[in-house]
Design a protein. Structure first.
Length: 604
């Protein structure tokens, strides 16, 4: 995704701020701008009233609530991007993103604490007549030393819902609040993408015990929140053991979340003022304190939010999370879902996203492998063992086998990264992803003999020869997976294995191991046959016959006289040389001649 990252920090004089575009596809630039934070914050109560009124007001050409929000939004836009050089980089970055078919992620680094309470999500571009965060993802960056890598997660994504409504504070309709979120997540829950569990009347001890008991990926808090101006820190209202209010500072709540292993990567705070920070400490707000405490991303509310708007945001946000969108795009999907309530609501401004570091992909999602259902097995609920009425039960002697409906082979499918790190190509799903509307949702039945069906471990993707079966759908049920059942039949001893069985055999590791051993054995035999030769024995060693000499001759067994060179025997005694040649099989004939050498020696 194309990124435009802007840093805003105090300049030398009060009211002046240095705005630096530190990352963009068209280069960097700096400018000094004037922002009157104190004057803008005087209208905060008016903004709150305008947001709540926009949900119930009737639409006019420009309604009164929108006029107030549009005014502050334009003031913030002109302060941040109104400078000509800054505006030029922003427009050019939008063009580059459009050329690549991408969104432009706008990242704000707000280094001055007095800037964080301002509703930057309401920035209004007067040139295009659009709100920035409605068309492009906008995130607030929290500077920290390090950020964790995306967490590898198998579906479902586990969400822990926490509801606290202590005595002495405005009463929350706990059942209605729970129903709002459960209904909003009904589709991904039914699809097996999200699993939601609740802690009602949440106390510190109940939250701690639940975090220690299992793994949780997301924490969704519904309750009261506030900002303690005296302590200059955000707080959340839990319930005490007596049911009364127990205020928990954001820093302590971060310590509590560390009880989970691993720590939840995402926290959604559906509480008032959970995004508000103080004017002295950049990390004093609840959301920013949780990010500093180790949470990868926090979605908080900078104003009060109505229940319908909160439910709409949750529906759009979690649907995008389950679909594998980065968290910044998921927040934008939540804003769009709020817009779907009516044509004039402004509560899409309320959610704020804080991220730790640069990474907006929090999870590497992959689907779990589902084994074949045993004959006659009855699926039950994982909690209480109750029968699942929507599950398909195979009759006795029938095996239920999940198979892929995709025309693309599993080996060629792309991994579902979820909210995942780009380039995680080692995570391959075991089945293909389909739009909900494209999935036939009632079990289709075919009869299939067991000798034609290979149920071995081939990665969960059982292959059936396509020419052997036919589909007989009886209807459709919402969001139920399609299955094929294999009816048991007598197996003939003369039956041949199906083409699928042969294909699966080549996938088994032991087949390739045996093939490798056979090849090594053949290569060894060839080496022995071609290269190995026996060493000669002493009896077979060739005899060395001395060269013939004109002075000494030998008569062979066939009375053949062979001349022998005697130069090597010169000066040696005749008897000694005669004995040596006789031992070699020669017959020696002596020839004498005068010489100055001593008698009895060999002459050359």
């Amino acid at each position: 995704m194309t990124v435009l990252e802007i840093s805003v920090d105090r300049a030398g004089q009060p009211g002046l701020y240095d705005v630096d575009i530190i990352q963009s596809p068209v280069g960097e630039v700096s400018a000094t701008v004037s922002i009157d934070c104190e004057h803008l914050m005087q209208s905060r109560d008016q903004w709150q009233q305008a947001l709540l009124a926009s949900t119930a007001s009737t639409r006019r050409i420009i309604a009164g609530p929108e006029t107030a929000i549009q005014g502050v939004g334009q003031a913030l836009y002109e302060a941040l991007l109104g400078h000509p050089e800054l505006a030029s980089r922003y427009r050019s970055s939008l063009d580059v993103a459009a050329e690549h078919g991408e969104s432009l992620r706008l990242v704000l680094r707000l280094s001055a604490p007095e800037l964080t309470p301002l509703p930057w999500e309401a920035m209004y571009d007067p040139v295009t007549g659009t709100y920035v965060s409605r068309s492009e993802p906008l995130v607030r960056h929290v500077p920290v030393a390090s950020a964790p890598r995306p967490l590898r997660v198998e579906h479902p994504v586990r969400v822990l819902g926490i509801i606290a409504s202590p005595k002495g504070m405005p009463v929350l309709d706990v059942e209605a609040e729970e129903q709002y979120l459960t209904s909003a997540l009904s589709v991904p829950i039914r699809q097996g993408r999200i699993e939601l569990e609740w802690i009602r009347h949440a106390t510190w001890q109940r939250i701690q015990d639940t975090l220690l008991s299992d793994q949780w990926h997301i924490v969704h808090f519904i309750g009261h929140g506030d900002f303690d101006a005296r302590a200059d820190e955000g707080v959340l209202a839990l319930e005490g053991e007596d049911g009364r209010v127990s205020l928990v500072e954001a820093s302590r709540f971060a310590d509590l979340l560390h009880e989970a292993r691993p720590m939840p990567r995402l926290v959604v705070l559906n509480s008032c003022l959970s995004a508000l920070s103080g004017s002295a400490d950049l990390f004093s707000g609840t959301a920013s304190a949780l990010v500093r405490g180790g949470v990868s991303a926090v979605v908080a509310m900078q104003f009060e939010i109505t229940d319908p708007a909160a439910a709409a945001f949750a529906r759009g946000f979690y649907a995008a999370v389950a679909a594998g969108r980065p968290v910044d795009q998921a927040v934008r999907s939540g804003r769009v879902a709020i817009l779907g309530m009516n044509g004039h609501t402004l509560e899409w401004i309320t959610p704020v996203l804080y991220i730790r570091g640069q990474e907006t992909r929090l999870f590497s999602l992959r689907k779990p492998r589902k084994p074949a259902v045993a004959a006659g097995a009855l699926p039950t609920d994982h909690k209480d063992g109750a029968e699942n009425p929507s599950a398909t039960v195979s009759p006795p002697g029938v095996l239920s086998v999940p198979i892929s409906l995709s025309s693309t082979s599993p080996s060629s499918s792309t991994p579902e990264t979820g909210i995942a790190s780009e380039g995680e190509d080692d995570l391959e799903p075991w089945y293909e992803e389909f739009p909900e509307s494209a999935i036939p949702t009632v079990p289709a039945v075919t009869h299939y003999t067991l000798d034609e069906l290979d149920l071995s471990d081939d990665g969960g993707q059982h292959q059936l020869p396509y020419e052997k079966y036919s589909i007989e759908p009886d209807g459709f049920l919402d969001n139920e997976p399609t299955q094929f059942t294999a009816a048991q039949a007598p197996v003939s001893s003369t039956s041949k294995s199906s083409p699928a069985t042969g294909r699966n055999r080549f996938r088994r590791p032991w087949f390739w191991l045996v093939a490798l051993l056979v090849l090594l054995l053949i290569a060894g035999l060839l080496w022995l046959f071609l290269l190995w030769r026996p060493e000669p024995t002493p009896d077979e060693a060739p005899a060395v016959v001395p060269a013939p000499s004109p002075e000494i001759t030998s008569a062979g067994p066939m009375d053949t006289t062979v001349p022998v060179f005697a130069s090597q025997y010169e000066g040696r005694p005749v008897e000694e040389v005669e004995q040596e040649l006789t031992d070699l099989g020669f017959v020696i004939q002596r020839q004498s001649q005068p010489s100055d050498e001593p008698p009895g020696t060999v002459l050359s």
